[in-house]
Ligand binder design. Structure first.
Ligand code: TYM
Length: 336
C-alpha cells in the first residue's frame, strides 16, 4: 500500500506568525516522511476580506518560501498555488449547490469576521468554507493537519462530502472520501501576546499581538517586553485565571523542545523579569535558522517559480480526476 496523503493550506494574507508555524507548518514537517503531502497557498481565500492586489502574488510566493524554510521537503511534498488550479473553484460551485445556507451561517469564523466588517460582508466570506471543502476533497487526503480554529471547517467538509455521497453515490461506491482532521494538542491554539484569551491572528490590528516568522531580534525583544503578563510570582501552566502565563509557558516549552514537567519545574519560582529574557532568547534562536533559509530561498532566481510549476502539474492531475468524477455523478456531459 502507498503512503497516506495529507493536505493543508494557509492564506497568504500578511506575514505568517508563530500560530501558523506551531499550529500548522511545524506539524506538517514532523509528519512529512510518513505521508505524501499536498500543501498550498489559499490565495482565493485571501480575497474574502478586503485585500491589496499589489501584494497578493508577492505574499503567495513568500508563504511558499516559508514552507520550504521551515523544512518542508520536496521529496515528500507538493507545494502549489490554489488559484493555479481551476478545479478548486469549479468544485466549490458544485458544492455550493448542495450546501444548505444555514450550515454556513453557523460557522464561528464567519460570524466573527462578519461582525468586524459590518455592512461590507461579501458572499465569498459566507461561502468560504465550501471552497475549503473543495480544496480538501479534490485531493482525497487521509488527514488534514490544521490548528484548532479550523476544526469546524473540517467538520463541514465531512458533512458536505457525506451529503454528496448520500445524494449521488451508493454505499459501495462513495463519490468522495471523508478525511480526518489532525490537530495536535500542543500549539494548536497559540494565543495573542496582548490578550491571552484571544488567538494570535494575522488580522489583529496590533502587530504587538503576534510574533511574525520574519521579525528581527529587536522586534521580538520589544514585543515580549511589552506583552501582557500578571503580577503573580511563580509561573504555572493551566491556571484559567492566568491565560497569558499558560500561553507563554507553552510557547517556551515547544520552542525550547522541553517537556511540560521540565518547564513547570524550571519556572515555578520565576518572576516575569527572569522569564522574559529567557523566552526572548529561545524565540530568537528558534526562528534564526528558518529566517536564514528563507532569505536564501528568496535570493535564488527562478527557484520558487519552478517549485510551483512542478507542484501545479502534479496537483492538477489529481484534482481534475476528482472533479470529473463529481461532474459525472451530477449528470454533466463530457465536453466533446
Ligand atoms: P489560516 O491561513 O488562517 O491559518 C493557517 C493555519 O494556521 C493555523 N493557525 C493557528 N494555529 C494555532 N494557533 C493560532 N493562533 C493559529 N492561527 C492560525 C490554522 O489553524 C491553519 O491550520 N481556511 C484556512 C486555509 C485553508 C485550508 C484549506 C486549510 C483553505 N483551504 C484546506 C486546510 C485545508 C485558513 O484560513 O487558515
Amino acid at each position: 500500500m502507498g503512503k497516506q496523503r495529507v493536505l493543508s493550506g494557509i492564506q497568504p494574507t500578511g506575514e505568517l506568525h508563530l500560530g501558523n508555524y506551531l499550529g500548522a507548518i511545524r506539524n506538517w514537517v514532523e509528519i512529512q516522511q510518513e505521508y505524501d503531502s499536498f500543501l498550498f497557498m489559499a490565495d482565493l481565500h485571501a480575497i474574502t476580506v478586503p485585500h491589496d492586489p499589489t501584494k497578493l502574488a508577492k505574499n503567495t510566493y513568500n508563504v511558499a518560501a516559508m514552507y520550504l524554510a521551515c523544512g518542508i521537503d520536496l521529496n515528500c511534498a507538493t507545494i502549489f498555488v490554489q488559484s493555479h488550479i481551476p478545479a478548486h473553484t469549479q468544485l466549490a460551485w458544485l458544492f455550493n449547490c448542495i450546501t444548505p445556507v444555514n450550515w454556513l451561517e453557523d460557522m464561528v469564523q464567519f460570524k466573527e469576521k462578519a461582525i468586524k466588517q459590518g455592512e461590507n460582508v461579501s458572499a465569498g466570506l459566507l461561502t468560504y468554507p465550501v471552497l475549503q471543502a473543495a480544496d480538501i476533497l479534490l485531493y482525497e487526503p487521509d488527514k488534514v493537519p490544521v490548528g484548532e480554529d479550523q476544526k469546524q471547517h473540517l467538520e463541514l467538509t465531512r458533512d458536505i462530502a457525506a451529503r454528496l455521497n448520500y445524494q449521488y453515490g451508493t454505499e459501495d461506491e462513495p463519490v468522495l472520501k471523508l478525511p480526518e482532521p489532525l490537530i495536535r494538542a500542543e500549539g494548536a491554539r497559540v494565543m495573542s501576546l496582548t490578550d491571552g484569551t484571544r488567538k494570535m491572528s494575522k488580522s489583529d490590528p496590533s502587530d504587538l499581538s503576534r510574533i511574525n516568522m520574519l521579525d528581527t531580534p529587536e522586534q521580538i525583544q520589544h514585543k515580549i517586553k511589552r506583552c501582557k503578563t500578571d503580577s503573580v510570582r511563580g509561573l504555572t501552566f493551566d491556571d484559567p485565571e492566568r491565560p497569558e502565563c499558560n500561553n507563554l509557558l507553552t510557547l517556551y516549552m515547544i520552542l525550547s523542545d522541553q517537556t511540560k514537567a521540565a518547564v513547570a519545574t524550571e519556572c515555578q519560582d520565576m518572576g516575569w523579569g527572569q522569564f522574559k529574557p529567557l523566552f526572548t532568547e529561545t524565540v530568537i534562536s528558534a526562528l534564526k535558522p528558518i529566517q536564514d533559509r528563507y532569505h536564501e530561498i528568496m535570493a535564488e532566481p527562478g527557484y520558487l517559480e519552478s517549485v510551483l510549476r512542478d507542484g501545479r502539474d502534479k496537483a492538477e492531475a489529481i484534482a481534475n480526476q476528482t472533479l470529473a468524477r463529481v461532474k459525472a455523478v451530477l449528470g454533466y456531459s463530457v465536453p466533446l
